[in-house]
Design a protein around this ligand. Structure first.
Ligand code: NAD
Length: 333
């Protein structure tokens, strides 16, 4: 048995080795199905850095493979920190690293910048929800996307892939940021995908009105559940990426289906300030896929909090492409 190379993949390396949207959706499905079928995923643990609204979490995960010796297990961990005030200083709000270890020997295989990985694995999980419970392509759906940051940029290729005839309304409290994102979308060379029409607004209180699909991804802060419940009345599907920063508990309680990625983690994160008043008994995405739960008559709310298993599954996929194409930097051991 010999030492495997240890590879570092920067954000640019990750983007160069990222699979296409269809493959990303498959990886998201593999993750969600794995969660109920032998994967190990303790709820995130963390420490509390000083700046208001910041967080620092570790997310270990294991997806067992078929081989008894562990050689096709996916084993790893993400270290992720979020500092919302970074945005004002022109820095990304979220930084992180994912470490992959060999499932048979424990040798480290890779250290992967987790920024782009986090953004794209999260958008792929949202895409899975859109595929299952979202509006049909061809129905010219109205899509409200709230928060024009890193997550919005990774979600737009997924939305445009699944719903190419969507009319998108982008919302951010920061007029410059939302305008900049709309301009990027209009740029023919943009990698954000093609959207039928784009509007912008800074008004979070009205943006969701009349939308068929609402995607929420604003920064963490003190004020939770910020979108008025009555404006979400027509949304067949709401996908909340930002915990409960936007979606009121009344909407979660009234939803025909309330779905999370990982129940244990959701319950561990439900406190007096976060997910206050939310239901006790969500389905998981994996359970709903396995049970082929159809789009119901009423609204569906999918709140996915983000699981380390998705980072490990995506990092493994990116690493395999990087190895085959010689992308990244081999580190000394
Ligand atoms: N579920 C997951 O797996 C997962 C993964 C990564 C990030 N997140 C969460 O997604 C959210 C977005 O992350 P990001 O990296 O895109 O952050 P970001 O800072 O890049 O973008 C967030 C945007 O939200 C805007 N915003 C903040 N408050 C607002 C308000 N009240 N109304 C309108 N706009 C507002 C900010 O101006 C900013 O442009 C965060 O809450 C983050 O914690 C979730």
């Amino acid at each position: 048995m010999h030492a495997t190379p240890l590879r570092y993949l920067s954000s640019a390396d990750v983007l160069a080795a990222l699979p296409d949207v269809e493959e990303r959706l498959s990886l998201a499905e593999r993750t969600m199905l794995g969660l109920g079928a032998g994967a190990q995923l303790p709820p995130k643990i963390g420490v509390q850095p000083g700046p208001v609204g910041s967080f620092a979490h570790t997310m270990p995960a294991l997806l067992p493979g078929a081989a008894a010796d562990g050689s096709d297990d996916l084993l790893g961990m993400k270290w992720v920190v979020g500092f919302p005030d970074n945005v004002a200083a022109g820095l990304p709000a979220i930084h992180g690293l994912t470490i992959l270890s060999d499932g048979r020997t424990g040798q480290p295989r890779a250290i992967v910048d987790a920024g782009a990985l986090t953004a794209h694995r999260t958008a792929a999980v949202s895409g899975l929800a859109i595929q299952r419970w979202g509006p049909r392509p061809g129905s010219s759906p109205r899509v409200a996307l709230i928060g024009a940051g890193a997550q919005a940029r990774s979600h737009l290729p997924v939305v445009s892939h699944l719903l190419p005839d969507a009319g998108v309304i982008l919302c951010d409290q920061d007029a410059e940021r939302v305008k900049a994102l709309a301009l990027e979308l209009a740029d023919a060379d943009s990698c954000l995908g093609r959207i039928a029409s784009v509007e912008t607004t800074t008004d979070i209180s009205g943006v969701a009105r009349d939308a068929d699909l609402v995607l929420t991804m604003i920064s963490f802060g003190r004020r939770h559940q910020a979108v008025p419940a009555e404006t979400l009345a027509d949304a067949g599907l709401i996908v909340a990426v930002d915990y409960d920063m936007c979606v009121p508990a009344a909407v979660a309680r009234a939803a025909a289906l309330f779905i999370v990625d990982d129940r244990e983690q959701y319950l561990a994160n439900r406190t007096e300030t976060t997910f206050a008043g939310y239901p006790d008994d969500p389905l998981t995405i994996g359970e709903a896929i396995r049970g082929a739960v159809p789009r119901p008559g009423g609204a569906v709310l999918v709140s996915h909090l983000g699981v380390g298993l998705a980072d490990v599954v995506f990092a493994d996929s990116v690493l395999r492409v990087a190895e085959s194409r010689g992308i990244g930097t081999i580190l000394p051991r």
